[in-house]
Design a protein around this ligand. Structure first.
Ligand SMILES: Cc1ncc(COP(=O)(O)O)c(C=O)c1O
Ligand SMILES: N[C@H](C=O)CCC(=O)O
Length: 425
């Protein structure tokens, strides 16, 4: 028995399914979770002493690679000042100032402790501001685990086969309307049926929770136009894409203005974090200025602010995004060539530092096309790669993440292993 197996067996006695977040349980692939001892640069090290090249990156935050020395040092220094105060700090101001300077349309921003809180609060704000109840989300998009958003959700909810969670009351779900990603007609139909009732659309500008599915040309522009036509707000959920697809996020990359933006992951540099913000007029409805209540014991936590700010400042060089793009292109083009060499249908996607691959020959544009890919092949591929030192997400419905720490040697090693995997599938 490996140490990972022992720990998993013990964990299952004390933690539901042995994990604190469902995807980690490996129910979406073969085998059992590996328990991590430490992580450094592009590598994970498990408790049995095995090393893996990591493309999960703590589900996105580790864009610099793990355990960046400057981030670690800044965190250690911050710890010496205390862990949490429940009162305002200059660090929160610095973070807010930094985010509002670099993210378009982010005039005011509120820090929270997770992406779930960020999207839940943004939805409440959109409802409070517009005085409307209904919202539109997209099948296969995941916005955290608040009740109204666990309807046709992606990520672990999809992997587990419970995209619409038990325990969500009909009352909580009835105002969530679900459209098809990349299909403006499905959105327009919802607006036509509910012309004055829809408070907002919430969208992942690049969907990363049904694997990686970029927006087709005109989709995001069309959402903006429909929101304007029907008086609804457009929320870009950039918890995953923020600082990942571009330093200024998806709004700049795709040339669209959102009304509200949610952030998380990278802005915490590996510590728990979330944020939501947008136009002043809307954000001023939040307590204590306005009637929409929102709060958090650990919101703006100094250690999270320090890790996040240090990460963002290290990231803020155009060359970093060129490097991410180059590494991503090199890897997925290499995988594509090898998959075809061994006769596999294979479709790849990428935007900045996120990428995806599907065992399918059709273009993947939404949950239906993503679900038609050969999931069984993904499981076998994952198992082979893991056994040979490469850690992809333990589910076919998750995006992969490149970091600045991945070297060409790492990527060549991955391609070498992948060739063997494709030959054996
Ligand atoms: C797009 C998106 N929104 C929201 C969330 C929720 O964030 P968290 O897990 O920090 O609650 C996630 C990830 O989990 C996400 O990928
Ligand atoms: N896809 C999720 C977040 O982006 C994965 C994180 C989790 O659910 O544990």
């Amino acid at each position: 028995m490996t140490k990972s197996t022992q720990l998993f067996t013990e964990s299952k006695k004390h933690i539901p399914g042995g994990v604190n977040s469902p995807v980690r349980a490996f129910t979406g692939v073969y085998g059992e979770p590996i328990f991590i001892d430490k992580a450094d640069k592009a590598y994970l090290y498990d408790v049995d002493g095995n090393k893996y090249i990591d493309f999960v990156g703590s589900w996105g935050p580790a864009i610099l690679g793990h355990n960046h020395p400057q981030v670690a040092k800044a965190v250690q220094e911050s710890v010496a000042h205390g862990l949490s105060f429940g009162a305002p700090t200059a660090l929160e101001l610095e973070m807010a100032d930094y985010l509002t300077q670099h993210i378009p349309n982010l005039e005011l921003v509120r820090m929270v402790s997770s992406g779930t809180e960020a999207t839940m609060s943004a939805i409440r704000l959109a409802r409070g501001y517009t005085g409307r109840n209904k919202i539109i989300k997209f099948a296969g998009c995941y916005h955290g685990h608040s009740d109204a958003l666990l309807v046709n959700a992606g990520s672990g909810a999809l992997t587990q086969g419970t995209p619409s969670s038990a325990g969500v009351t009909p009352g909580a779900a009835q105002d969530t309307l679900v459209a098809k990603y990349n299909c403006l007609a499905s959105v327009e139909a919802l607006f036509k049926a509910n012309p004055t009732e829809i408070a907002c659309i919430i969208v992942e500008p690049v969907a990363g929770n049904m694997n990686c599915v970029p927006p087709v040309e005109g989709f995001l522009q069309g959402l903006r136009a429909l929101c304007d036509q029907y008086g609804a707000l457009l929320i870009f959920d950039e918890v995953m894409t923020g600082f990942r697809v571009d330093f200024a996020g998806s709004q700049k990359l795709f040339g669209i203005n959102a009304d509200l933006i949610t952030l998380g992951k990278i802005i915490g540099g590996g510590m728990p974090v979330g944020a939501f913000g947008g136009k002043k007029e809307i954000m001023q409805q939040i307590a204590p200025l306005g009637g929409v209540y929102q709060a958090g014991t650990l919101s703006g936590n100094p250690i999270s602010m320090t890790a996040g700010l240090t990460t963002l400042k290290l990231l803020n060089h155009e060359s970093n995004y060129k490097n991410l793009e180059q590494s991503t292109t090199y890897l997925i083009e290499g995988l594509q060539v090898l998959a075809h060499k061994y006769g596999h249908d294979f479709y790849t996607t990428k935007v900045g530092g996120m990428f995806g691959f599907f065992f399918t020959k059709e273009e993947v544009v939404d949950l239906e096309t993503a679900s038609r890919a050969d999931i069984e092949k993904y499981k076998k591929f994952h198992q082979f790669m893991l056994a040979n030192g490469v850690y992809f997400a333990p589910s076919a419905f998750e995006s992969s993440f490149m970091s600045l720490a991945h070297t060409k040697e790492d990527l060549d090693f991955v391609l070498e292993v992948a060739e063997k995997a494709f030959a054996n599938l």
